[in-house]
Ligand binder design. Structure first.
Ligand SMILES: Cc1cc2nc3c(=O)[nH]c(=O)nc-3n(C[C@H](O)[C@H](O)[C@H](O)COP(=O)(O)OP(=O)(O)OC[C@H]3O[C@@H](n4cnc5c(N)ncnc54)[C@H](O)[C@@H]3O)c2cc1C
Length: 234
C-alpha cells in the first residue's frame, strides 16, 4: 500500500446494516457499486439533500480496515440537536441509499511503515480502529490508548477490552476490578506506550486533542512524529 488512492466522485452507497455500538453510537455498513480502495485513517463525506433542495454534509471516518471489498463501516455518534448525525440515526434504514464522497485524507493515514501509537478520545477512536484492525490483519505494530467516560461508552468493546495492544482509560467510571482509578489520560499513561521511531496518531474533540498533545510535548515527543485529527468543537 503506497500513496492515498484518488477520491472518488459523489456516488450512492447502500446501507446494508446498522448496528448499535453504544447507546449513542451506531455502525453503518455501506455497500458501494465497485470495490473501495482506501487507507486506514481516511474518511468520507456524507451528503444529505432535503426535498426542498437544502443540503448538509459531514465527514465520517472509516472504521473498517481496507480489504479490497465493496463495503466499509462508519460509526456515527448521535449528537443532541445534531443535524446530520440525528438524521442518520433516526431517518436512515437498512436498504436506504446515501450520497457519499471519498476516501479523503492523506496525512492522517497509517499503513505500517513505522510503529504506531494511536490515542483516541470518544468517537476519535474510529479512524484509529481502522489502523488497529489493519495492524492486526497484517502483523503491523500499533498500540491503542483510548479514553472513554464509562465502560458503557467504549466502542468496539469486544475487540478492545483486555487486549495486549490496547489500553482503555476510563475518565469517570471504571469497570469493576479496575486497577487504575477513574481519570483523564495522564502523563504516565502516554509515557508507558511511547516507543522509539513510532508515529503518534491523535484523534478526538479539540479539548481532548489539545490536552493530549500537551502531554506529548511534556514527554519530549518530536512534533514532526505526531499527526492530529479533530472531530468537533468541544
Ligand atoms: C475528519 C473528520 C472525521 C469525523 N469522523 C467522525 C466519526 O467517525 N464519527 C462521528 O460521529 N463524527 C465524526 N466527525 C464529526 C462529524 O463530521 C460531525 O461534525 C458530527 O456528526 C456532528 O454533525 P451534526 O450535523 O450531527 O451536528 P451539528 O448540527 O453540526 O451540530 C450540533 C451541535 O453539536 C456540536 N457539535 C458539532 N460537531 C460536534 C462533535 N464532533 N462533537 C461534539 N459536538 C459537536 C455543534 O457545535 C452543535 O452545538 C468527524 C469530523 C471530521 C472533521
Amino acid at each position: 500500500m503506497n500513496g492515498a488512492p484518488p477520491t472518488r466522485p459523489w456516488e450512492h452507497a447502500t446501507v446494508v446494516s446498522i448496528e448499535p455500538e453504544t447507546a449513542r453510537v451506531a455502525t453503518f455498513r455501506l455497500r458501494f457499486a465497485t470495490p473501495v480502495d482506501f487507507l486506514p485513517g481516511q474518511h468520507v463525506v456524507v451528503r444529505l439533500t432535503a426535498p426542498d433542495g437544502y443540503r448538509a454534509q459531514r465527514s465520517y471516518s472509516i472504521a473498517s480496515a481496507p480489504d479490497g471489498g465493496d463495503e466499509l463501516d462508519l460509526a456515527v455518534e448521535r449528537l443532541d440537536d445534531g443535524e446530520v448525525s440525528g438524521f442518520l440515526h433516526d431517518g436512515v434504514e437498512v436498504g436506504d441509499s446515501l450520497e457519499v464522497r471519498g476516501p479523503i485524507g492523506g496525512w492522517f493515514t497509517w499503513t505500517g511503515e513505522t510503529p504506531a501509537l494511536l490515542i483516541g478520545g470518544g468517537t476519535g477512536v474510529v479512524p484509529l480502529m481502522s489502523m488497529l484492525r489493519h495492524a492486526r490483519a497484517t502483523g503491523g505494530d500499533a498500540r491503542l490508548l483510548v479514553s472513554v467516560r464509562t465502560p458503557a461508552d467504549l466502542l468496539y468493546a469486544s475487540e478492545l477490552r483486555e487486549r495486549p495492544d490496547t489500553t482503555v482509560v476510563y475518565s469517570r467510571v471504571t469497570p469493576p476490578g479496575s486497577m487504575r482509578p477513574a481519570g483523564r489520560i495522564g502523563r504516565d499513561d502516554v509515557a508507558a506506550l511511547l516507543a522509539p521511531g513510532a508515529t503518534t496518531y491523535l484523534c478526538g474533540s479539540s479539548g481532548f486533542v489539545e490536552a493530549t498533545s500537551a502531554l506529548l510535548v511534556e514527554l519530549g515527543t518530536d512534533a514532526a512524529t505526531v499527526r492530529i485529527e479533530r472531530f468537533g468543537p468541544s
